[in-house]
Design a protein around this ligand. Structure first.
Ligand code: F6R
Length: 242
């Protein structure tokens, strides 16, 4: 595991953007695994800045997002498709047809998940660089604590804690979808390189538990301790206990 300690959120975002930028520069047709949430917003803003400065070219990039709420159309401003469009895709020269997010509108979970797995397999079964945020309970993507590490894309019931954490983006807690489609831990582990970004004091405890504690599906992110090319980029507060 390689650890980059940043002074604050802004510096964390720049370091993460540096790593993604070098991936794009060294391999212009990279497949990027992308995440949503509050943590990567600054990273995406940095990437947009670098594109606007003429330093990055997304024209041959493919992106495969981690997850999507089940039941939300891409036009809903809380869907992850909408998030990706507004924070990154609409502002760079990526070919939208090469940006993949699970189909939240597909009501048949088996169909939605096998279609997404087929897309991942068509792209070699593993992305070049997977960007991840970290949930307070150790979730990555929407892989919640469970009795076994989940494999490929599957439908999950969101935990009460995750619903509460995400309620800030919705009118109220009841409006948060109760299920989501997410890549599995195996899919994430198949990425050639994985980068987790973390910011803030409230993540310090789970950072310590996930990356310096026992490897267990009760803390899904702990699986990353076994990844051969895992980078943790965090600010001083999030890395404060390690
Ligand atoms: C987002 C995702 C989630 C978030 C995690 C952290 O696509 O799958 O696992 O990365 O919930 O969220 P933030 O960054 O909002 O703390």
């Amino acid at each position: 595991m390689q650890i980059y300690k940043a002074k604050n959120y802004e510096q964390m975002s720049r370091i993460a953007a540096n790593i993604i930028s070098s991936q794009i520069i060294l391999k212009p047709d990279s497949v990027l695994g992308l995440a949503t949430g509050s943590t990567p917003i600054g990273t995406y803003a940095e990437l947009v800045k670098r594109y606007q400065n003429g330093d990055l070219d997304f024209s041959a990039i493919t992106s495969i997002n981690l997850d999507e709420y089940k039941g939300l159309p891409g036009t809903n401003d809380q869907s992850y498709r909408y998030f990706m469009n507004t924070n990154l895709f609409n502002h760079v020269n990526i070919n939208k047809e090469h940006t993949y997010v699970p189909d939240g509108l597909e009501p048949d979970s088996d169909k939605a998940c096998s279609a997404y797995n087929a897309i991942i397999h068509q792209h070699g079964g593993g992305v070049d660089l997977q960007l991840l945020g970290l949930g307070h309970n150790g979730h990555i993507g929407f892989n919640e604590p469970s009795d076994a590490f989940d494999k490929e894309t599957h439908c999950v019931d969101l935990s009460e804690r995750t619903i509460e954490a995400n309620a800030r983006f919705f009118e109220n807690k009841d409006a948060v979808p109760k299920q989501a489609y997410t890549m599995g831990i195996q899919t994430i582990m198949n990425a050639k390189k994985v980068m987790v970004i973390v910011s803030g004091k409230d993540k310090a405890e789970i950072v310590k538990k996930a990356f310096f504690g026992p490897i267990t599906p009760q803390v899904p992110a702990s699986a990353l301790q076994l990844h051969q090319d895992f980078v943790l980029v965090g600010d001083e507060e999030a890395l404060g206990l390690i």
